[in-house]
Design a protein around this ligand. Structure first.
Ligand code: SF4
Ligand code: SF4
Length: 361
């Protein structure tokens, strides 16, 4: 496998290190050593030394959610996410992707989303049509909300409507490229999707990005790819917190006790932790989860549930346990994928999105 010297150095530094093995949400869910950053590095180093073939480690390479908890925890500054993504790119270039990943990649290229969906539900289609006229502000929904959680996309629209925001939603919203970046890293196809999306977003003055995963891509990854977005790009959470501050959204605190699940894309990648809390504290009484803000623990996503559903369920159940073990009954999420993952396994705990809190639903 052709791997950059930089990545090789990170691989060789991680492969015999145990220091972050306790932090991996997948490793903790499976209880298996193979799901730690160290084990992944060991596998890649064996490929680099031609002891095994790249195809032998690819399932393991796709068991990392790239949440960056290990990177954040590493006192010596090594980066398992970087070498995991570079290995995915190399596997794509060498035609060694597992079949189930190839299907998701083909879907991304053909339909713009890994799920192969070509239409939104009727309600969302109507709501999008009602906001089709071009305004200065765009609400960017993202593929998870549009195709896999349309009720959340509808609520996101409803909140801005409630605040009297004059905004558009694109009828043919382009993918941000974040799914391809996850699946095959910095391939030409990923960059092409990102460039097309950046160009479309550049037609607006302000772009409000609903999904933290897309926000991370547009605000952070695009820069790494050398892609410029001409619009002012803001997260949905920061935009909505501003609406509350400006009195455009009337907030009534119900006194309900809740905890907040920080999406790592906001708290670790974009260093945004307080805006969502400001929203929560306007409508409820906020308690803190065990491991919060930049130390957050990923609670699952829709994309990985396509090929490892049982493990994603365990990941979500473990995160719920972090909340219930401190007596919390309600978890508020800011990420559509985490909302869906937690909701799928929630038994004696209530899962609400920020929009649920705001809309009182
Ligand atoms: S990321 Fe840091 S702590 Fe984790 S295995 Fe690598 S060197 Fe060790
Ligand atoms: S990025 Fe997240 S899932 Fe991947 S090895 Fe690190 S902690 Fe585990």
């Amino acid at each position: 496998m052709i791997m950059s010297e930089k990545c090789k150095q990170h691989v060789d530094s991680c492969r015999f290190c145990w220091m972050c093995h306790h932090i991996c949400p997948i490793g903790n869910a499976t209880g298996q050593e193979r799901n730690t950053a160290r084990a992944r590095a060991l596998g890649i180093s064996l490929v680099n030394r031609e002891a095994i073939d790249l195809s032998e480690i690819m399932d393991n390479i796709y068991e990392c959610c790239t949440c960056g908890a290990c990177v954040h925890d590493c006192v010596t500054g090594w980066d398992p996410v970087m070498f995991t993504k570079e290995t995915r790119l190399q596997a794509a270039l060498e035609g060694k992707l597992p079949e189930y990943i190839m299907t998701l990649v083909s879907n991304c290229i053909e339909t713009g989303n890994a799920y192969g969906k070509t239409a939104t539900c009727d309600c969302l289609t109507e709501a999008i049509k009602a906001h089709a006229d071009k305004k200065d502000t765009l609400l960017f929904l993202g593929v998870d909300a549009k195709f896999m959680a349309c009720e959340q996309a509808l609520k996101a629209i409803k909140v801005l409507d409630k605040a009297g925001v004059d905004f558009s939603v694109m009828e043919n919203e382009l993918p941000s490229g974040v799914q391809l970046d996850f699946l095959i890293g910095a391939a030409n196809e990923t960059k092409a999707q990102m460039e097309a999306c950046a160009k479309a977003l550049g037609e607006y003055k302000t772009v409000v990005v609903y999904d933290p995963n897309d926000a991370k891509a547009i605000k952070q990854l695009y820069k790494e790819y050398g892609i410029e977005v001409k619009a002012n790009v803001v997260t949905y959470t920061s935009f909505v917190a501003g609406l509350i501050k400006d009195g455009k959204l009337e907030a009534k605190n119900t006194g309900k006790a809740v905890v907040f699940q920080d999406p790592y894309q906001l708290s670790r990648d974009l260093e945004e932790t307080e805006e969502a809390r400001e929203i929560v504290m306007s409508y409820a009484v906020l308690g803190e989860m065990l491991l919060n803000r930049a130390e957050t623990v990923w609670a699952g996503n829709i994309l990985m549930a396509q090929y490892m559903p049982e493990i994603i369920k365990k990941v979500a159940e473990r995160r719920i346990f972090n909340a219930t073990s401190i007596g919390a009954n309600t978890i508020v999420t800011a990420c559509v994928s985490e909302y869906v993952s937690l909701k799928a396994v929630a038994k004696d705990v209530e899962i609400l999105s920020l929009e649920d809190l705001i809309l009182g639903e």
